[in-house]
Design a binder for this molecule. Structure first.
Ligand code: PEP
Length: 277
């Protein structure tokens, strides 16, 4: 993996080269996270881990996480025991005190079940379950208060990209969901850039398109939290990442890992993503 700032593609005079990064990556350990969405039973989870864990036993270059459906978390935690694979939830409620909230799971419950991470604000939550930047912020702070690290998702729709609004959308999502955090809270957060048009469609963003968006997000982090915090925050790319396209993405200076849906369901495929180098 290339470290530090790299100028790969130059634009017209006076334009920022699209792969330019002001922030060196030396202090960032990549994270490869699998989002299983609503797939697999507990028995299938156990079977996955039996095959997956040996395939990533030598992967010292990255942190590895699997985020299964809630019901599979105990099987995942048991399957990952003794390995470097960590486990996360796919959502959490914003109230950390137990109570009458039928159907919800909160961050202290995830913590007690053995989770390290929780995905917040995935585009499927935003599209189908009414997630907003305000609730993303609420869930993120609740997760942090419970000692769970949030992976906060942002990303534009196809129509927003085609109408030139990508940077504006990223800014709005960042300002609403992430910017209100304290600097101490921000230091615990991972951001995932997931262009909605690339999720589950097989249409991966080119490394240059992804890098451009990551650079924008890191700049927003720099404006709000300062250069050191921006240089330290992990920004994952998500959207049709596969073993055969991950290396090109990871070669970009502001891409620090991947949030992987479909390709995280098969042990060999997700191991191929994790072992990208
Ligand atoms: C996701 O679910 O976050 C995702 C990126 O899915 P896929 O890899 O299948 O596009």
């Amino acid at each position: 993996m290339a470290g530090g700032a790299t100028l790969l593609v130059c634009g017209a005079p006076n334009q920022t080269p699209i792969s330019a990064s002001r922030y060196h990556r030396t202090m960032r350990t990549p994270l490869m996270a699998g989002n299983w969405k609503m797939f697999k039973t507990p028995a299938e989870t156990t079977e996955f881990f039996e095959k997956f864990v040996p395939l990533v036993a030598k992967a010292d270059h990255a942190e590895i996480a699997i985020c299964p459906p809630f019901i599979n978390i105990p099987a995942a935690v048991a399957g990952a025991k003794g390995s470097k694979v960590t486990i996360g939830g796919q959502n959490c409620y914003w109230v950390n005190k137990e109570g009458a909230f039928t159907g919800e799971v909160n961050a202290p419950m995830l913590k007690a079940a053995g989770c390290t991470w929780v995905i917040i604000g995935h585009s499927e939550r935003r599209q189908f379950f009414g997630e907003t930047d305000a609730t993303v912020f609420q869930r993120t702070t609740a997760a942090l208060e419970a000692g769970i690290k949030p992976i906060v998702c942002v990303g534009e729709l196809l129509a927003e990209r085609e109408s030139g609004q990508t940077n504006e959308v990223l800014k709005t999502q960042f300002m609403g969901g992430i910017a209100p955090l304290t600097p101490e809270q921000f230091a615990q957060v991972v951001i995932a850039y997931e262009p909605v048009w690339a999720i589950g469609t097989g249409k991966v963003a080119t490394p240059e398109i992804a890098q451009d968006a990551h650079r924008v997000i890191r700049s927003l982090a720099g404006e709000k939290f300062g250069a050191e915090a921006a240089a330290a925050v992990l920004i994952l790319y998500g959207g049709s990442v596969k073993p055969d396209n991950v290396a090109g993405l990871m070669a970009q200076p502001d891409i620090d890992g991947a949030l992987v849906g479909g390709a995280s369901l098969k042990p060999e495929d997700f191991a191929g993503v994790v072992n990208f180098q």
